[in-house]
Design a protein around this ligand. Structure first.
Ligand SMILES: CC(C)(COP(=O)(O)OP(=O)(O)OC[C@H]1O[C@@H](n2cnc3c(N)ncnc32)[C@H](O)[C@@H]1OP(=O)(O)O)[C@@H](O)C(=O)NCCC(=O)NCCS
Length: 195
């Protein structure tokens, strides 16, 4: 069996999902500030009924058991503190069947752990990990003008702003811009080697 820890630093650990994560996973679905920043127009839960929770648990167990590397939980990693507290997760996904480009996502789902540098560090580790284990050419990250914290974290990791799609969403009475970022493999390598 693969070891659960993918990559770690003094601040955070990224590891595979384990069966014991189900309680926190189910809790995060209806708790935390993260829900209001992660495409909230797609809908977010404020409560979970017993029936929903049962379905969430079954869904989690099914995904966890999948041997498909592209299955939902196999494209994600749990972010934990060095002493093992699960605080959120990172993800990757592809668009348009493009094998050369992956998109990444991140959420610190435990509010007490926001704004402590842990999200930036987790994103940095995830980027290092993804470029190391794949031959993908580019990593992309899509966020929005209403999320300056994500924008700043992306910049700190070395993502390059790739323009601005103006007024793509009407959210809570305001038009917000899509703010795409990208990081080429050679840019990542140059940062690593200090070139
Ligand atoms: C985005 C996220 C991963 C960042 O991680 P974090 O641990 O909270 O943030 P960090 O402490 O690593 O860094 C945040 C940076 O943004 C800056 N920042 C925070 N709020 C800000 C604001 N309102 N305006 C501008 N900058 C801001 C911080 O000062 C810090 O930059 P600095 O180190 O130069 O001072 C985390 O906040 C999160 O998961 N948010 C909710 C979910 C989400 O937004 N996901 C992304 C969806 S696209």
């Amino acid at each position: 069996m693969d070891l659960p820890i993918l990559v770690s630093s003094d601040l955070v650990v990224l590891r595979r999902y384990l069966a014991s994560d189900v309680d926190r996973y189910v809790y995060w679905i209806s708790h935390g500030e993260w829900r209001f920043f992660n495409a909230p127009w797609c809908g977010y839960r404020t409560t979970t009924t017993a029936d929903q929770e049962q379905r969430d648990r079954e869904w989690f167990a099914e995904k966890l058991g999948s041997s498909d590397s592209e299955s939902y939980l196999n494209r994600r990693a749990v972010i934990t503190t060095p002493d093992g507290i699960a605080i959120g997760d990172v993800s990757r996904y592809s668009l348009d069947n493009n094998p050369y480009v992956w998109y990444v996502g991140i959420g610190i789902c435990e509010d007490d752990y926001l704004n402590r540098g842990l999200g930036t560090e987790a994103l940095r580790l995830w980027v290092d990990y993804l470029f190391t284990i794949s031959d993908v050419h580019k990593l992309c990250l899509e966020t929005w003008s209403f999320n300056p914290r994500m924008i700043r974290a992306a910049e700190k990791v070395g993502f390059v702003p790739e323009g601005r799609l103006r007024e793509m969403r009407l959210w809570q009475g305001e038009w917000i811009d899509s703010t795409p970022f990208g990081l080429l493999r050679r840019e990542w390598e140059a940062r690593r080697t200090g070139a």
